[in-house]
Design a protein around this ligand. Structure first.
Ligand SMILES: [Zn+2]
Length: 357
């Protein structure tokens, strides 16, 4: 995932109105001031410092927003709405975090309205994975499409859905949690990070790849990976490095590593086919840190091609023929850009009618 700075445009080149996009993460909050065309005027990143509590963090987030507005050369009045993308679980209509896994002590915090009161700008609230999908849809690699599905492959399998130009929120703010779709219904299926068995994330996330790889190493299947690790003494931290090692050894021609990557694409395809037959999107994007080198890398391209082939074998012919499958392109910027895009979409519908929602 890219941690580079975004491409900036000047105030002169920008088109009003202006929006703020916030991508709240467990380590950092990324904040960008974005114009009506999805271009960034200024950008700041601040440490979340979860342990200081939600009110303190929200106040610092508000200060960072106001500072980013000044950096962009804008007045407060020119910025019409903030979009806040946050990890779940959450209650989007109520503007609350419910039980956010990486934010102990932030349970049931009304983050949307608190942020809005601190910075005196209306705030739209969105799930972070859906915000990232909205970013790719609005200004990234899926901008020519109306309906898209984005998988963000990292520690988990994040999934975001944009359908006919809006994110899929659902009735309980759990829409688009497709990383937890079941791909293995057997009683001994792998355990997911969420504590339930057989979910896509248990197989196709970095955690899943690490566990699958470790099992193969324990079985002493010949591979150059065994030259790099000691299976008997591996710590949890060592295991986290396995997906990267699998990629590196695959690049060097190791057959088992190549097979692990092909099998990851296969699991991901199994999870995706169900979605294609449910949502019928125009485009599926793969993003996140675990794309095995991604676009232009022979291993990344092999991963994408295997994923595509396995999908096309299992879908209705029209879907197989028309679906576009490619890599996401916004990297670590998708979240704040998409959050700003969600704010823009809400602004166009709601305007100033209800300043706190
Ligand atoms: Zn799960």
């Amino acid at each position: 995932m890219s941690s580079d700075l975004p491409v900036f445009i000047s105030r002169k080149e920008a088109k009003s109105p202006f929006f703020v996009g916030v991508d709240l993460g467990g380590t950092n909050a990324k904040i960008g001031i974005v114009d009506d065309n999805g271009h960034t005027l200024s950008y700041v990143s601040m440490p979340t410092e979860v342990e200081k509590g939600p009110v303190d963090a929200t106040r610092r987030m508000s200060d960072a927003i106001l500072s980013a507005i000044r950096q962009a050369g804008l007045t407060h009045e020119e910025v019409v709405r903030v979009g806040l993308g946050s990890p779940g679980t959450m209650d989007i209509p109520a503007g609350k975090l419910v039980k956010p896994g990486n934010f102990p002590g932030w349970e049931n915090f009304g983050i949307r309205d608190t942020l809005s009161e601190f910075c005196a700008i209306p705030v739209s609230f969105e799930n972070d994975a859906n915000a990232a999908a909205f970013g790719e849809y609005w200004t990234g690699s899926a901008k020519e499409f109306n309906s898209i599905l984005l998988f963000t492959l990292g520690t988990g399998v994040g999934c975001g859905l944009v359908i006919a130009g809006r994110t899929l929120v659902g009735e309980n703010s759990h829409g688009g949690e497709c990383g937890h779709n079941i791909v293995d219904p057997s009683p001994h299926a792998r355990m997911c990070n969420c504590g339930l068995r057989g979910h896509l994330e248990a197989y196709a996330s970095a955690t899943g790849v690490a566990r699958r790889t470790f099992d193969l190493l324990e079985a002493h299947i010949p591979t150059s990976l065994l030259d790099r690790v000691n299976v008997e003494t591996m710590t949890t931290l060592d295991k986290r490095k396995l997906p990267k090692m699998v990629y590196e050894e695959a690049k060097a021609g190791d057959q088992l590593s190549l097979e692990i990557i092909r099998e990851t694409a296969w699991w991901l395809a199994i999870g995706t086919v169900t979605l294609l037959h449910t949502v019928d999107p125009q485009c599926v994007l793969l993003g996140g840190a675990m794309t095995f080198g991604g676009k232009g890398d022979p291993i990344g391209e092999m991963f994408l091609e295997t994923f595509t082939d396995e999908i096309k074998k299992r879908t209705f012919p029209v879907l197989a023929e028309r679906i576009v499958i490619k890599f996401a392109e916004l990297g670590g910027h998708a979240g704040y850009l998409g959050a700003a895009g969600v704010a823009r979409a809400d602004y166009r519908i709601k305007g100033f009618a209800n300043p706190l929602t």
